[in-house]
Design a protein around this ligand. Structure first.
Ligand code: CDP
Length: 221
């Protein structure tokens, strides 16, 4: 069974950059599950479906043709056709995605897709429920956090229009797979740490657990 490193946490906690770098150092495939929820949201909006209408989102999710295709160490997404990764971080998608992600039928489809990827490669998978729901038995679980004002400032610096507090509140309070710290996750508060320091903390815990990170030259993020 391929190993899975689960990296969960709220918006702008540094998950994506850290997960990409840890994946590169381990030689594992990086999987961004947030991009999957964003891909469904983008397609819904494109098809004129209101993301606030739970029944419509559920019906769409049950019949959608969704694929995550691992190629060259990353994942390409299809949802009723190809998805342009650059479209996924638009303000429209960011403000609607948490509404879509709270729908149980949507989660069931995407969680099944996420679990199926493990058969293909060792993974570093980031999201909200990877350690708690998708791979609860993996021994490699991390939860990255940072103070709300630090996360707000980071998102602002990224130049993205994104009401992260509102999104985090929906993610934390939904009935199915809410954002929470898995019981056995290692919590890292990155409020006053650099990315290098967070990556070092994750890699040091993985080294102790028997998985060796190897420093790479490129810090692609
Ligand atoms: O980049 P950021 O951390 O702000 O968000 P993201 O990882 O792209 O996730 C976007 C949204 O997808 C989250 O706010 C959740 O509503 C949803 N999501 C989820 O419910 N479960 C996951 N495993 C990943 C994302």
């Amino acid at each position: 069974m391929n190993p899975v490193i689960a990296i969960d946490g709220p918006s702008a906690s540094g998950k994506s950059t850290v997960a990409r770098r840890v994946a590169a150092q381990l030689g594992f495939v990086y999987v961004d599950t947030g991009a999957m929820y964003r891909a469904v949201t983008w397609r819904l909006l494109h098809e004129g479906i209101d993301p606030a209408k739970t029944a419509a989102v559920a019906a769409f999710s049950e019949r959608m043709d969704f694929h995550a295709i691992i190629k060259g160490g990353t994942t390409r997404l299809e949802c009723n056709g190809p998805i342009d990764p650059d479209a996924l971080r638009s303000p429209d998608v960011s403000s609607a995605v948490a509404l879509v992600a709270r729908v149980p039928e949507t989660r069931a489809r995407l969680v099944a897709e996420q679990r199926s990827l493990r058969a293909l490669a060792p993974l570093v998978m980031e999201g909200r429920d990877i350690g708690s729901v998708v791979f609860p038995n993996t021994p490699y679980k991390f939860y990255l956090d940072a103070r709300p004002e630090v996360r707000e400032a980071r998102r602002h610096l990224q130049g993205e229009e994104d009401a992260i507090n509102r999104r985090d509140n929906i993610d934390r309070s939904r009935a199915v797979a809410p954002l929470r710290v898995a019981d056995d996750a290692r919590v890292i508060d990155s409020s006053s740490l650099s990315i290098d320091e967070v990556v070092a903390a994750v890699c040091s815990a993985l080294d102790t657990a028997g998985l060796q990170c190897r420093p790479t030259d490129s810090h692609a993020s």
